[in-house]
Design a protein around this ligand. Structure first.
Ligand code: CMC
Length: 376
């Protein structure tokens, strides 16, 4: 049937909301949070400051950031019943499955979830940001049969996550690398997981349901799940000498090379540029880094003119690998950062909410007769 509205597959190019939070200039390969280039955030800020700035939609004052930091640190621990639930999860569950399930469960233990006002939703946002690292680290320790390491309130968000994961304090350099990775992943316009969270929130459902939807969307290999696949691809390629043949064969089969391409960027993703520097520092002499360089070279040669370049997921896995983190934790780390963006977008949208309710182009017939089951 003809529709009076234009149709764009995958909603490509269709604005779904207004925001002041982040802006991508896809042609020039630029990303801004609150108008400030991502390079400046990565150079001068912390993940905690980025998260609060996104929630407030402005740079926080010193006192505000101090209070936010203290509140995050005191909100990190999980209700004991939720810890038991994590310990009971099948050991071979993907950490994203655990994160999604636990975030859904947390609603039942949060009185604020019963309240409708934006202040309660702000408090929940803070709690979610504080607790994502705890959920991921607890499950990782539990599945390895290791003692859980409770959060350390003397450590910042990134350092504490690494500490809970490994049971020892990270070096300042390791903590800074993780902090920058979290800053770079905190927000990214109207991406699929942010949109998923906003769609759920727009029905005036609760914050936990909205964020659970975001985690589910991020898990997919076309979105946040790509970083894990990139490292698996490096493993499959095995040596830099085999990289070119591998990429060309993949392209000949019309398959996607993970960690490349983007709906909005038609230039080099600025986040990938920053992560590549850290990947080089951490893994310069490793086979994986050499494989990555070769894959990038061949992909840009073959696909650069079509605007396909490395995206954030191409080098992030190498960075996490260089920090000694398991491959299936890469996407959960993306979630640990992006929960700041999800919650900020939901709060922004709810200030002037309208339910998301697009249309489908109906391709079937109409006015058909119902055939009784025996006559079909
Ligand atoms: N490898 C090979 N060809 C590609 C790739 C790729 N990674 N990405 C896009 N193309 C080609 C695609 O085959 C198509 O070619 P043609 O016009 O000849 O059919 C053209 O580029 C346009 O692709 P598209 O699928 O229409 O682009 P999209 O905007 O719908 O998809 C994407 C964007 C990110 C899903 C896609 O680029 C992709 O699948 N990339 C690999 C997965 C990945 O790295 N995802 C992480 C994205 S960045 C972090 C995040 O947001 O989560």
């Amino acid at each position: 049937m003809s529709e009076k509205y234009p149709f764009s597959k995958g909603l490509a190019g269709v604005p779904a909301a207004e925001t002041v939070l982040s802006y991508i200039d896809g042609e020039r390969g630029k990303l801004y949070y609150l108008g400030i280039p991502i390079e400046e955030w990565a150079e001068s800020s912390t993940f905690e400051e980025v998260a609060l700035a996104l929630l407030l939609r402005r740079l926080p004052k010193r006192e505000e950031l101090k209070m936010f930091n203290a509140a995050l640190r005191s909100a990190r621990e999980l209700p004991p019943e939720v810890v038991d639930f994590i310990l009971d999860m099948p050991l071979d569950s993907h950490p994203m499955t655990v994160l999604r399930s636990v975030v859904s469960l947390l609603e039942a233990y949060d009185y604020d979830a019963k309240l409708d006002d934006l202040e309660a939703k702000f408090r929940i946002s803070l709690r979610l940001i504080a607790r994502f690292p705890t959920v991921v680290a607890y499950f990782d320790r539990a599945r390895k049969g290791l003692e859980l390491v409770p959060p350390d309130p003397t450590l910042g968000h990134a350092a504490n996550f690494l500490y809970m994961l490994k049971g020892e304090r990270p070096t300042d350099y390791e903590a800074r690398v993780m902090d920058v990775a979290l800053i770079l992943h905190a927000d990214h316009g109207m991406n699929a997981s942010t949109f998923a969270s906003m769609v759920v929130a727009s029905t005036l459902s609760d914050m936990y349901s909205a964020i659970t939807a975001g985690i589910g969307a991020l898990k997919g290999p076309l979105h946040g799940g790509a970083n894990e696949r990139v490292l698996r691809m490096f493993r499959e390629i095995d040596s830099p000498e085999k990289a070119e043949e591998y990429v060309l064969a993949k392209l000949a089969r019309k398959e996607r090379v993970m960690g490349f391409g983007h709906r909005v960027y038609k230039a080099y993703d600025p986040r990938a540029r920053i992560l590549k520097r850290y990947a080089e520092e951490l893994t310069k002499r490793s086979e994986y880094y050499q494989i990555a360089l070769k894959v990038e070279e061949v992909m840009i040669r073959e696909k650069g003119q079509k605007g396909i370049f490395p995206n954030v997921d191409f080098y992030s896995g190498l960075v996490y690998n260089g920090l000694g983190i398991d491959t299936d934790l890469f996407t959960p780390i993306f979630a640990i950062a992006r929960v700041a963006g999800w919650t900020a977008h939901v709060l922004e949208y709810l200030e002037d909410n309208r339910i998301f309710r697009p249309r489908a182009v109906y391709k079937g017939e109409i006015d058909k007769r119902y055939t009784p089951i025996d006559e079909r």
